[in-house]
Design a binder for this molecule. Structure first.
Ligand SMILES: Nc1ncnc2c1ncn2[C@@H]1O[C@H](COP(=O)(O)OP(=O)(O)OP(=O)(O)O)[C@@H](O)[C@H]1O
Ligand SMILES: [Mg+2]
Length: 284
C-alpha cells in the first residue's frame, strides 16, 4: 500500500515542484517505486522527470485519465523506479469537469474525492505517491490533500510565503474533515539566501512561529538547484550538488514518516573528513 505525500502551499515559486522531483529522485535511488502525480497544469514536474515537453504528450495526460477513470493508461515511465502521471494546460478544465460531470451539485463531498478514486487501483504498485500542486488554492489542491497520508509545506524565505503557511494549515484542517488520516509532516524552509538580511530573518520568524513543524534543514538558494529545470537529473557535478542539498531534509522526512534510514553514508563521510582536518591541524 503506497504512502501518498502532497507538496503544497497556496504560494507560487517556492520550490514545490523542484522539491517533489528531488524527493522522487532520492527515493528512487533507494530502490523505492515512486509515482509522481502532476496536479499542476504548468506541467513542470512532468517535464523535470520525463524531459518531455507538453506537446509530446498532448491528449495523454492526467485530465484524460480523470475523464476515462483510468490512470494506468496515461502513466509515463520516467526512469527505472519513477513513473509520472503527467499534466498539461488541459488540466485547467479540472474544476469544470468536477462540477459538471464528476460531482454535480447535490453530491456532497464527492468533488474532493476524484483523485483518490483515480489512484485507488494503483496503491499496490508503488511505495510512494508524490503529488505536486499548483500555486493557488484550487480543486487540484483539495483533491490532493484528500488523497494523501502526508502534506509537506514549502515556504520560501519571504513575507507572502510566511503568511500563506497558516492559510495552508487551515486548508489541511478542512481536508481532514473528509480525510482524517492526513498529517502535516512539516514546513520546509527553502530558497534561503543567507547574504540577505530579510531572507535570514524569515527563516527565523518561520522557525519561531512554527517550532514543532519546521524541518531542521534549511535549503539554500543555489544556482545549481535552479538549473535542474534545464538539465533534469543528468549525471553532472552541479546537479549532484543540488541533490545533495536535499539529503538531510530527506532523512528528516523519512524519520517523520517513521521510516528507518539505511545508514547515512554521507553523514559518516562528512564526519571522517572532519577528523582528517583535525589531525592535519594537530599533528604538526
Ligand atoms: N533551492 C533553489 N535554489 C535556486 N533556485 C531554485 C531552488 N528551488 C527552485 N528553484 C528555481 O526557482 C523557480 C521556482 O521553483 P519551482 O518551480 O520548483 O517552484 P514551485 O513552487 O513549484 O513554483 P509554482 O508555484 O510556479 O509551481 C524555478 O525556476 C526553479 O528552478
Ligand atoms: Mg510548481
Amino acid at each position: 500500500m503506497a504512502k501518498t505525500i502532497t507538496f503544497s502551499i497556496q504560494k507560487g515559486g517556492v520550490s514545490k515542484t523542484t522539491t517533489t522531483g528531488i524527493v522522487a529522485h532520492l527515493m528512487s535511488e533507494e530502490g523505492k517505486k515512486v509515482l509522481v502525480v502532476d496536479m499542476d497544469s504548468q506541467g513542470n514536474v512532468s517535464n523535470l522527470l520525463t524531459g518531455l515537453e507538453q506537446d509530446e504528450y498532448e491528449d495523454e495526460t492526467i485530465m484524460d485519465a480523470f475523464r476515462e477513470n483510468n490512470a494506468r493508461k496515461y502513466i509515463i515511465k520516467a526512469s527505472e523506479n519513477i513513473d509520472v502521471l503527467p499534466a498539461d494546460d488541459f488540466l485547467a478544465h479540472f474544476p469544470e469537469w468536477i462540477y459538471t460531470k464528476y460531482a454535480p451539485p447535490g453530491t456532497g463531498d464527492k468533488k474532493v474525492r476524484a483523485l483518490r478514486e483515480l489512484l485507488a487501483p494503483l496503491q499496490d504498485d508503488y511505495d510512494f505517491v508524490l503529488v505536486d500542486t499548483p500555486p493557488s488554492l484550487s480543486e487540484q489542491t483539495t483533491n490532493a490533500l484528500v488523497t494523501s497520508d502526508y502534506a509537506v509545506i514549502l515556504a520560501e524565505s519571504s513575507k507572502w510565503a510566511y503568511t500563506a503557511i497558516t492559510r495552508f494549515i487551515n486548508t489541511t484542517e478542512v481536508a481532514k474533515t473528509v480525510n482524517p488520516n492526513l498529517k502535516v509532516l512539516g514546513i520546509l524552509r527553502n530558497m534561503n539566501d543567507s547574504r540577505r538580511y530579510d531572507s535570514k530573518a524569515f527563516v527565523e520568524i518561520i522557525g519561531e512561529s512554527f517550532p514543532d513543524l519546521v524541518f531542521g534543514t534549511v535549503i539554500k538558494r543555489k544556482a545549481a538547484t535552479g538549473r535542474l529545470s534545464i538539465y533534469g537529473f543528468t549525471d553532472n557535478k552541479e546537479i549532484k550538488e543540488a541533490i545533495s542539498e536535499y539529503e538531510d531534509f530527506y532523512e528528516e522526512l523519512k524519520k517523520r514518516m517513521g521510516i528507518e534510514s539505511k545508514g547515512k553514508k554521507r553523514g559518516l563521510k562528512k564526519k571522517l573528513a572532519r577528523l582528517k582536518d583535525f589531525s592535519l591541524k594537530t599533528d604538526k
